[in-house]
Design a protein around this ligand. Structure first.
Ligand SMILES: Nc1ncnc2c1ncn2[C@@H]1O[C@H](COP(=O)(O)OP(=O)(O)OP(=O)(O)O)[C@@H](O)[C@H]1O
Ligand SMILES: [Mg+2]
Length: 346
């Protein structure tokens, strides 16, 4: 059984301006040991996919007219808030882009981490290394010990002393490490990291990515990494899902997608990558912008911007075609036998 299995997920959000159809039939399957990248332009629905998996979108205004999100065999969309809290503590950990907004500035790191450890320990006392009948004092001592060992694991030097500092006493990279330690304290099997390194400089970014990689190996985690950086994807990820306007337009192993990008949108993203030594003005971006999701275009949502658009593209959404067991694409130009006709995109 996959760790995470998203099937035909549709998400709508009701606002004063009307109803936005922000996810439009997402399919994604994550196994342990896999690091999936979720890439795509801003506003494509990456964060809303991550938040949906963690059951963090309030309903209303969000609603899921169709689809399932199975987390270890349980449908997140049918779980009660109490069941969801248990799933979040033990099965899925989440890291967000900006550590400053996710650590409370007025509490010491120890207070915040011990809280999380006690919550995880209430769901499974074995996490704290205690039996059922442990006293509150014993649980608190064990929670502090666990928090220190997690800080140590994510590379905070002198964790025993630093744990009693306030968040502002840590650098940005250190705060992100603290958040990773907090996300992993309940030993979740799935980690969702939403642009965890965007706010960091490149050398700290590299350290955090290496840390995630090492933790995946140590704990046999499945990871969904939401990122804008195709460089990060190439270095770290085993699989890629490319999102456009609420759809996953191409997905597969990173090797397959980078070697033979089959969707015109994936090709455009790769072509937009800056190359060292290129002449000034040589950047190739896809013209136009992600469509208004209150009034999305009919058929393929990329059609109005697509360099390879065909006469029927606006009539019906393209079916998902398997180019190989490891590579899927939703484009009328894709042929199941691997050949994809998109010369006009060159
Ligand atoms: N609370 C909300 N109410 C209404 N629409 C929303 C809400 N949150 C997000 N959206 C819309 O849903 C779409 C997808 O948003 P999402 O935050 O998932 O994008 P994203 O791919 O993560 O973008 P970015 O790369 O900028 O983080 C956007 O068009 C956004 O305007
Ligand atoms: Mg986002």
């Amino acid at each position: 059984m996959a760790l995470l299995e998203i099937r035909d997920l549709h998400l709508k959000i009701r606002t004063f301006d009307g109803e936005a159809h922000v996810l439009n039939g997402i399919n994604l399957s994550v196994e342990r040991g896999q690091i999936w990248a979720l890439v795509g332009e801003t506003g494509c629905g990456k964060s809303l996919t991550g938040l949906s998996v963690a059951g963090l979108l309030p309903r209303p205004p969000a609603s899921y007219p169709r689809g399932t999100i199975m987390l270890e065999g349980r449908n997140v969309l049918e779980a009660s808030e109490q069941q969801m809290r248990a799933l979040r503590g033990r099965h899925v950990g989440m890291i967000f882009q900006d550590p400053t907004t996710n650590l409370n500035p007025v509490f010491r790191v120890s207070t915040q981490m011990i809280d999380v450890a006690l919550h995880a320990g209430a769901l499974d006392p074995a996490i704290l290394g205690l039996g059922e009948g442990a006293s509150r004092r014993q649980r608190k001592t064990a929670a502090r010990r666990l928090a220190i060992s997690m800080l140590d694991k994510v590379g905070i030097p002198d964790a025993e002393a630093r744990i009693d500092d306030y968040p502002h006493q840590f650098s940005g990279g250190m705060r992100q490490r603290v958040l990773i330690a907090m996300a992993l304290i309940g030993r979740p099997k799935l980690l969702i990291a939403d642009e965890p390194t965007t706010a960091l400089d490149v050398s700290v970014q590299a350290q955090i990515l290496r840390l995630i990689y090492e933790l995946v190996r140590e704990f046999d985690l499945g990871v969904v990494l939401i990122t804008h950086s195709l460089g990060v994807v190439a270095q770290l990820c085993t699989h890629v899902a490319v999102m456009y306007a609420g759809n996953i337009v191409e997905s597969g192993t990173a090797r397959a997608v980078f070697k033979r990008p089959a969707h015109p949108y994936t090709r455009a993203l790769l072509a937009a990558l800056p190359v060292a030594g290129a002449r000034r003005g040589d950047l190739n971006g896809l013209p136009g912008a992600v469509p208004d999701l209150y009034h999305p275009p009919s058929g393929c949502r990329l059609a109005p911007r697509c360099p390879c658009v065909q006469p029927g593209c606006s009539a019906a959404a393209p079916a998902r075609v398997s180019l190989s067991p490891d590579h899927h694409v939703a484009c009328v130009l894709a042929q199941p036998n691997e050949s994809v006709v998109h010369d006009s995109a060159r």
